[in-house]
Design a protein around this ligand. Structure first.
Ligand code: HAM
Length: 424
C-alpha cells in the first residue's frame, strides 16, 4: 500500500525538534507570568461567524484562507485561523468582565490558514500571543509591545525591528477612507480585481500592497497620521512617547495597516533580519471594535501574536535555539531471564526516586544492550546478571569515566542521586 503523507503545509515535529518547542513554550509561560498574563485555551474550531464577523468579510483570511466545513448538523464551522476573535468570544461568553475590569490573557495554539506554503508560511502553524482586554489607555498598548519584545530579547534574539503605526479611531477613519478611495480611483486606472475590491471595501489595505506598479502611487497617497482626530493623535503620541522612555527603539511606518479589520489606533509588527521574505515575527495592535462585532458590548483591547515556527527559524539562524537533548541517567543491562524478571521493578524504583531510567525491550544480546546503552546517552549502565543477583548488587559502569564498580542494591539509589547524572 502507498505510504500516506502529511497534508501540504503541515509539519511533523520530531523529537530532535520538539526539545526546542518545549523549551520555547516553557519560556513563554515564564515570561507571561512575569507580566501577570494568564493562560486561556479555546477550542480548535469555532462557529464560522466568530471569524467572519470578527476578522472581517473582505480580509484575505476570511475570504480565501479559512478551513471551513459543514458538520452533520449543517452548521458552518471553521478551524481557527487566529486567536484574537476566539479569545474575545470566550471572554464575553464566560463574562470574565464581571470578575475584574481588566484581563491579561495569553495562549499557545495551533492555527490553520490555507495559504501557499513556503519558508515561514504554513497551513498549520503555531502562535503564542497575548490579549490585554479592558483598558483603552495607551499604557496597555505599550505594556503589550514591551511584552512581545521581552519574550524575543530574553531568548537572546537580536537584529529585530519594531514598526508601529496608527489606523486611528472610527471618526478619523471614515473621512480618511473616502479620501483614500477617491485618490486611488483617480490614480489607479486599471486596477486588478483584488485591488479594485480593496479600493471599494477597505482602501487602507491597498497601502500594504506589494505590487511594484502601485508603489509610486501608494507613496504619494494621503496619510492617516495627517487626518487623525485630536483623541487618536494624542493616543498615538502617548504610545510613542512611552516607548521612547522605555528605551524601545521603533520606526514609524505609515503604510503598516495589517491584514485584519478589527484594528483601531496602534498597530505594530516586529520583524527579524534573520528571516527571509516572511520576516514578521509577530504582529498586533489595538482592537477596540472587535467586541461589538461579536456581541452588543464594547471592550477595548490590545494584543499581539507571534509565529513560533518563524521564531524558531530566527533563533536557529542566530545559534540561539533553546532546549537541549535529554538522555536517561541510567540504562539497565539485564543478562539472563532472572535479571530481566527484575527489570520492571528496578526501573520503577529508579523513576520513583526521580532518576530517569531506561532499559532494553528487545531481549537483545549483552553486546547489543551495551551498544544501546551507549546510544541512549545514559551516564551509567546498571548491569544485572546472575552473579549480581546472587550478591544483591549491580555492576555500575560510569560511561563517561569508563570505570566500573559494584554497588549494593540497598545503596544504588543514593549512589546515583549523589552523582546527579544527566538530569541535574
Ligand atoms: P497575524 O499577523 O495574522 O496576526 O499573525 C501573527 C503572526 O503569526 C505573524 O507575524 C507570523 O509570525 C505568524 N503567522 C501568520 N500566518 C502564518 C502562517 N501561515 N505560517 C506561519 N506563521 C504565520 C494575528 O493573527 C492577530 N490575531 C494578532 C493579534 C493578536 N492582534 C491582536 N491580538
Amino acid at each position: 500500500m502507498k505510504q500516506l503523507k502529511k497534508i501540504k503545509g503541515t509539519q511533523d515535529i520530531l523529537p530532535e525538534k520538539s526539545i526546542h518547542w518545549q523549551a520555547l513554550e516553557k519560556h513563554v509561560h515564564t515570561r507571561m507570568a512575569l507580566f501577570n498574563f494568564k493562560e486561556i485555551r479555546t477550542p480548535v474550531f469555532e462557529m464560522t461567524e466568530v471569524f467572519a464577523r470578527g476578522i472581517g468579510q473582505f480580509t484575505d483570511i476570511v475570504s480565501k484562507e479559512m478551513y471551513t466545513f459543514t458538520d452533520r448538523a449543517q452548521k458552518s464551522l471553521t478551524l481557527k485561523p487566529e486567536m484574537t476573535a476566539p479569545v474575545m468570544r470566550a471572554y464575553m461568553e464566560n463574562t470574565l468582565y464581571a470578575k475584574a475590569q481588566t484581563h491579561k490573557l495569553y495562549y499557545i495554539a495551533p492555527l490553520f490558514r490555507q495559504e501557499n506554503p513556503q519558508a515561514g508560511r504554513l497551513r498549520q502553524f503555531h502562535q503564542f500571543g497575548a490579549e490585554f482586554i479592558g483598558s483603552a489607555a495607551p499604557e496597555a498598548d505599550v505594556e503589550t509591545i514591551l511584552l512581545a519584545l521581552d519574550i524575543f530579547q530574553s531568548l537572546g534574539l537580536t537584529d529585530m525591528q519594531l514598526r508601529i503605526n496608527t489606523v486611528g479611531d472610527p471618526p478619523s477613519r471614515a473621512p480618511y477612507k473616502k479620501l483614500l478611495q477617491d485618490y486611488f480611483r483617480q490614480h489607479i486606472s486599471d486596477p486588478d480585481p483584488t485591488v479594485a475590491a480593496r479600493i471599494e471595501n477597505n482602501p487602507l489595505r491597498v497601502l500594504d500592497s506589494k505590487d511594484p506598479a502601485l508603489q509610486e502611487i501608494i507613496s504619494r497617497a494621503p496619510r492617516l497620521v495627517d487626518h487623525l482626530t485630536p483623541d487618536a493623535a494624542a493616543h498615538y503620541a502617548s504610545v510613542k512617547e512611552q516607548l521612547s522612555r522605555a528605551g524601545a527603539p521603533f520606526t514609524e511606518d505609515p503604510l503598516l495597516v495589517r491584514g485584519l479589520d478589527y484594528y483601531t489606533h496602534t498597530v505594530f509588527e516586529i520583524t527579524s533580519d534573520a528571516l527571509g521574505a516572511q520576516n514578521a515575527l509577530c504582529g498586533g495592535g489595538r482592537y477596540d471594535l472587535l467586541a461589538r462585532e461579536l456581541s452588543d458590548k464594547d471592550f477595548p483591547a490590545v494584543g499581539f501574536a507571534a509565529g513560533m515556527e518563524r521564531l524558531l527559524m530566527a533563533l536557529e539562524a542566530q545559534n540561539k535555539l533553546p532546549g537541549r537533548e535529554t538522555a536517561p541517567d541510567v540504562f539497565m543491562v539485564c543478562l539472563g531471564d532472572a535479571a530481566r524478571a527484575e527489570m520492571a521493578t528496578w526501573l520503577r524504583r529508579l523513576r520513583d526516586a526521580g532518576i530517569p531510567a531506561d532499559a532494553d525491550f528487545l531481549k537483545r544480546s549483552p553486546k547489543a544492550q551495551f551498544r544501546e546503552a551507549n546510544r541512549s546517552g545514559a551516564h551509567f549502565s546498571l548491569i544485572l546478571g546472575e552473579d549480581e543477583l546472587a550478591r544483591r548488587c549491580f555492576s555500575v559502569k560510569d560511561m563517561r569515566a569508563s570505570t566500573q564498580q559494584e554497588i549494593a542494591f540497598d545503596d544504588i539509589i543514593s549512589y546515583l542521586q549523589a552523582r546527579g547524572g544527566n538530569h541535574s
